[in-house]
Design a protein around this ligand. Structure first.
Ligand SMILES: [Fe+2]
Length: 208
């Protein structure tokens, strides 16, 4: 189940030029208080003595507006693949900044049991969602566009793909929260009934 948040229903665009455009449901109305800093979010996570609920994660990510000076030391890009920069980790939760050049994207994946919430800080993020079909295996479901300040939250076991579209013409910076900390991604391919491989995060260390 994917959860949408206020700030306006995003424009809906296909992930790739060949994919059809579909439309997601309107976001439910919710009230959030004023924005807080990335530092305040880290302090909240550091004080956590239990696993956070997905709804809490969504609220924290919605109210956190990282300042430019906070993001600057966490931003760095790689050729060939998006870059992961760790902000905070504990036994319960992990916070990362991911940096994407145009055209960089994840494989189709799930979070192997972790909740995941993403906030777009700069740029445009395309998210493609998939469904499992008894007869056809993994199938395309829909695609959405996310812009700065918007949040997307992934329950378990959502299968999706994120990326910075080649045509965006700009870099993408996103803030990611996982609970428990992401240990691995199960990777999928359209038409297959099972995961085709696993990417272990321990072999892909964040740069910070
Ligand atoms: Fe993901």
């Amino acid at each position: 189940m994917l959860i949408q948040f206020p700030g306006g229903v995003p424009a809906h665009m296909p992930y790739a030029d060949t994919q059809p455009t579909t439309h997601a449901a309107a976001a439910p109305a919710q009230n959030f208080t004023q924005a807080t800093t990335l530092g305040a979010l880290v302090a909240t996570l550091a004080a956590l003595r239990r696993p956070p609920a997905l709804q809490e994660m969504n609220e924290w990510m919605h109210t956190t507006a990282p300042q430019a000076k906070e993001l600057r030391p966490l931003v760095g890009f790689k050729e060939g693949t998006y870059a992961r920069h760790r902000v905070f980790t504990s036994e319960h939760v992990e916070l990362l900044v991911l940096c994407w050049l145009p055209g960089q994207r994840t494989p189709i994946h799930d979070h192997d049991g972790s909740y995941g919430v993403v906030r777009v800080c700069e740029g445009v993020m395309w998210e493609t969602l998939f469904a499992t079909d008894e007869a056809r295996g993994l199938t395309y479901q829909s695609a959405r566009e996310w812009t700065p300040g918007l949040i997307t939250g992934a329950d378990v076991p959502d299968i999706h793909q994120l990326g910075n579209p080649e045509v965006s013409g700009q870099n993408l910076i996103t803030l990611h929260m996982y609970a428990p900390p992401l240990k691995s991604l199960n990777v999928y391919q359209v038409g297959h009934k099972e995961s085709v491989s696993t990417v272990w995060m321990s072999s892909w260390n964040p740069t910070i």
